[in-house]
Design a protein. Structure first.
Length: 358
């Protein structure tokens, strides 16, 4: 807590257009005493502080520069976030006071754990990391209070695993990640640790492959979502930029001698690219992209392969099947996507291609 008594005595004295000598005379002290107060070299005794506040017609709190904080849980959490954003060490003092006041609040315990983790990561201070781990364990016991859908027992376990990793306890970290790897949510971290820190490349490749294939599906749905976000803003350039970025990644994942489900995904991406190109005034490029999408979709549907066998880097992909929610056939999936895009010209061009077979 920062007090500004010295500064405030000086400010209030000058507002009254008084010299240090005049104030000293009013208070019955020496000029040297006033000088030391205003320089921060010493502070008045409590009785004098009350007398000074009374003389300047302010409260003792105002004279001291103390401001009462709003100490409800939401306000405390907000202050902790603000302190962490600025890397202000006051965060840790605030955290301990908050824990003392609300030791059984999930919201406060997790917020304080986060504060300690932020500072522990930055400084590699073992005591701060251990305090973060202690609070995370406490938070898990209070999980029934949680109202944030982004936080679960698995996510808290993942954060605790990260702390174990930062503490140099990689075996414990791996154990926790594997125990809570529902849906492959920690495959990337497990693969990274096995490869980089455990020299177990073969074991690592299994998890990294799972992460890569899951990430591809996430990438496509994320890009589709962003296209609709940018459409709502009329930001067609950003819509085209993100689709083209996704296309470059997809191209880099394709093998030359195999196809697989990547061809289906590629065709779908090309249809979306055609849409955003048209919106950016690139009609010719839009037509070419749509034709390329149709050719890819037709080729896939003539000999469908729903595995990711045509994907570079990922291993054992012959056992991984991709069935997206737009449909099983590539032409049908693109039709569904175009229906969602709700563009009459694009829909007519696509229907014409499907009907004519080109």
């Amino acid at each position: 807590m920062k007090l500004t008594l010295a500064e405030n005595i000086r400010i209030f004295r000058k507002e009254r257009k008084m010299t240090q000598e005049q104030l000293a005379e009013v208070l019955g002290v020496t000029v040297g005493a006033v000088y030391k107060w205003e320089s921060g070299l010493s502070a008045p005794e409590l009785a004098l502080i009350v007398q000074i506040a009374d003389f300047f017609d302010v409260s003792v709190d105002v004279l001291l520069g103390h401001r009462m904080k709003d100490n409800n849980m939401d306000s405390i959490e907000k202050r902790l976030i603000d302190y962490c954003r600025k890397m202000d060490p006051e965060a840790l003092l605030e955290a301990e006071k908050a824990i003392g006041k609300y030791p059984n609040s999930f919201q406060i315990v997790i917020s304080c754990a986060t504060a300690y983790l932020v500072f522990g990561i930055g400084s590699r201070d073992r005591s701060q990391l251990e305090r973060a781990l202690e609070l995370l364990k406490q938070g898990r016991l209070l999980l029934s209070q949680n109202t944030d859908p982004k936080i679960s027992d698995a996510s808290l376990s993942g954060t605790m695993a990260t702390v174990h990793f930062l503490l140099g306890e990689t075996d414990r970290c791996l154990e926790m990640l594997k125990q809570n790897n529902a849906g492959g949510m920690f495959d990337n971290q497990i693969g990274f640790i096995l490869s980089v820190y455990k020299n177990r490349p073969e074991d690592a490749s299994v998890h990294l492959s799972e992460s890569l294939t899951n990430g591809l599906s996430d990438l496509f749905t994320t890009i589709m979502g962003y296209v609709f976000v940018f459409r709502s803003r009329g930001d067609w350039q950003s819509a085209m930029d993100i689709v083209e970025w996704g296309m470059r990644i997809l191209e880099g994942l394709k093998k030359d001698n195999k196809t697989g489900a990547l061809i289906k995904i590629h065709g779908e991406m090309l249809a979306v690219l055609s849409y955003v190109q048209a919106k950016n005034g690139r009609k010719e490029a839009s037509g070419q992209s749509l034709l390329q999408a149709f050719n890819m979709a037709s080729g896939f549907d003539s000999s469908p392969d729903y595995t990711l066998s045509g994907m570079r880097f990922a291993e054992n992909t012959e056992k991984v099947f991709v069935l997206d929610f737009f449909g099983s056939s590539a032409t049908g999936s693109i039709g569904k996507i175009i229906e969602l895009l709700d563009d009459r010209e694009l829909a007519e061009n696509w229907s014409r291609m499907v009907e004519n077979g080109k």
